[in-house]
Design a protein around this ligand. Structure first.
Ligand code: GLN
Length: 595
């Protein structure tokens, strides 16, 4: 352990006399938490988050406490205003934090709820530094990138370590080494490793091996240059993971090893896989988990019994991947039809549900911009169920309503998520209650039958920015309804929300009289949160986003219900609502979800 005086000072103990400036939270003890840094070279999009979450999962299986954090280079304070088309879906945490989709990968892989402590952007870091400057916290010093901004990053990491009591903090740095916007993150990593001392940190560089078609062989030059750039920042990688379309050859791994001072066995090959859920097994096979434990000197904290149990459970799950003997096709309507990342959680939730039911779920993307009553049956041909996912704005909304009408009238299983819930209410109001002008004020601000309107509580804060109802909320479930059966006959469940609009309470009675059942409501306000149609085999909508909390071993019952109903549709001899029994069977087999 280092003895350098003042190298670390507690936040309230910073002095102007010393050049050392590294504020740490009060009570922080060096050595308790270890740090694994995951960085990318050559290009972005290599799956740093996937790699980091899989490695973290293996360490968690060993009974170690892990805490992931994603450091984003952009200046936005959160991901709330980011266009999913450019950046992938906005993932919402239980505490309401709107963040990068990688946080979803961590939550799913670790089966762990995360919070705003697990996500930082340059915007947050700078805003905090500037606030401290105004507050006089820097004691008359000129505020600089080093040590103040890097100090803020280190403080955030150590706070997470303390608050989570983690054995290992996994830090994923967005972008690529060499990007201007993440250079100070990389410097902060170097400083942190130095301050924490030997055996405290492990640096992993993810790189990409090119294989130009014209040459037909793998080339390591780009990878070498990327690693060189990292070494120029004063960081010696401990592990290099070579991403490539196919397995990296020994020759390429040897070249990289010699070039980077990283032992050959720690230059690992990470080719593309069909399912990300197979990656932990790939890392385990090359012994990366124990290699990391050795590098961090935490072998004595490992609980092998815990690991055996956790791994056996994971292997059972993996055995079911790709082993399905039947399939269903679920149609998903959406604006961002060409970008899978915009719907990452929904795709994952369908995969989890399919694996639990032994059914391969194929997805058909449905562009609703030109859909009408005349061509809808053609668009939905060979589709066994439909999802209308979350969305904003007007584009394609009428086409979505047309799809929902078709699903309702033709007993096609339907799951509406947030916007899809609202569109289902509009469809029902128009075509069953006869309110021809029913609409949402988001789509038609001056409509005469605003069955969906802006939340009164959101109206008050309109214009201030960040005016959405966000994060985990309780839902009161009406007994004896389908939702009640699906969700384990519980009185309340918790789901995550991200919306501004809701069902206008003035229409609830009329809608219910006509046969729509609101089976989930907010406990203390008349906010409708789940709907269903008892006369339909599976017609379910929720103002929430159950996909955000679907986990591989605990799939969301609403998605399991949809897939089960889609399977049942192919086999009409089954009784209506048998899908509910299927969900209950799946859940009682140990796949109980928290929703
Ligand atoms: N645009 C709708 C609202 O703000 C739905 C939001 C969503 O689907 N996430 O309420």
């Amino acid at each position: 352990m280092r003895k350098d005086k003042n190298l670390l000072a507690s936040v309230s103990d910073i002095s102007t006399e010393s050049e050392f400036f590294s504020p740490v939270p009060k009570g922080y003890k060096r050595g308790k938490a270890k740090y694994v840094f995951v960085m990318g070279t050559v290009m972005s999009g290599l799956g740093k988050g996937i790699f980091s979450s899989c490695l973290a999962k293996l360490m968690q299986d060993k009974g170690l406490k892990v805490a992931p954090i994603k450091l984003e280079g952009y200046l936005n304070i959160d991901s709330g205003t980011l266009n999913p088309f450019r950046h992938g879906e906005v993932f919402v945490l239980d505490d309401g934090m709107e963040c990068d989709m990688d946080l979803g990968t961590y939550e799913r892989m670790l089966d762990q709820d995360l919070s705003k402590a697990n996500f930082a952007t340059s915007g947050q870091i700078f805003s905090s530094v500037l606030n401290k400057e105004r507050h006089g916290d820097y004691l008359g010093r000129d505020v600089q990138m080093i040590p103040h901004v890097t100090g803020e990053v280190k403080l955030k990491l150590r706070e997470l370590a303390m608050q989570s009591k983690a054995d290992i903090v996994f830090i994923e740095i967005g972008g690529t080494v060499g990007d201007l916007e993440n250079a100070y993150y990389i410097e902060a990593m170097r400083e942190l490793a130095y301050e924490e001392g030997p055996d405290s940190s492990c640096f992993v560089a993810l790189t990409y091996i090119l294989e130009p078609k014209t040459l037909g062989e793998q080339k390591s030059k780009a990878a070498q240059l990327g690693i060189k750039q990292l070494m120029q920042c004063g960081i010696q990688p401990d592990i290099i993971a070579c991403r490539a379309a196919t397995a990296a050859t020994d020759k390429v791994r040897q070249k990289i090893s010699v070039y980077s001072n990283v032992p050959f066995e720690r230059v690992i090959s990470l080719p593309d896989t069909a399912s990300i859920y197979m990656i932990p097994a790939m890392l385990r096979e090359v012994g990366l988990d124990f290699e990391v434990a050795r590098l961090l000197r935490i072998e004595d904290r490992i609980n092998l019994r815990h690991e055996r149990k956790a791994w056996a459970q994971w292997c059972d799950f993996m055995d079911k991947i790709g082993a399905a003997e039947r399939d269903v096709t679920i149609g998903i309507t959406g604006k961002y039809t060409s970008v899978r990342d915009s719907y990452a959680s929904i795709i994952n939730a369908l995969e989890h549900a399919g694996i639990a039911l032994g059914c391969d779920v194929k997805i058909k993307w449905i562009d609703t911009t030109d859909l009408t009553d005349e061509n809808v049956s053609e668009a939905l041909e060979n589709v066994d169920g439909i999802i209308v996912p979350g969305g904003f704005g007007t584009r394609g909304a009428e086409g979505k309503i047309t799809c929902i009408k078709y699903a309702r009238e033709n007993n096609l299983p339907y799951l509406g998520l947030c916007f899809g819930f609202q569109m289902a209410v509009i469809e029902f109001a128009r075509n069953v209650c006869g309110l021809k002008n029913a609409n949402s004020t988001e789509i038609e601000p001056k409509c005469s039958e605003p069955v969906i309107d802006i939340l009164p509580e959101q109206k008050k804060i309109e214009g201030l920015g960040g005016n959405m109802r966000l994060g985990g909320r309780d839902i009161e479930i009406k007994a004896k309804t389908m939702a009640w059966e699906l969700l384990g006959r519980k009185e309340t469940v918790r789901m995550r929300f991200r919306h501004r609009y809701e069902v206008d309470p003035r229409y609830i009675e009329q809608l219910e009289k006509a046969g729509l059942v609101f089976s989930g409501k907010a406990p203390d306000q008349p906010i409708m949160q789940i709907l269903e149609l008892p006369s339909h085999p599976y017609f379910c909508g929720t103002q929430a986003h159950p996909c955000l909390t679907s986990r591989p071993l605990r799939p969301s019952p609403m998605f399991v219900g949809l897939v089960a109903a889609a399977m049942q549709k192919q086999n009409p001899q089954e009784k209506s609502r048998d899908c509910v029994k299927t969900v209950q069977k799946v859940c009682s087999a140990g796949l109980v979800t928290k929703c």
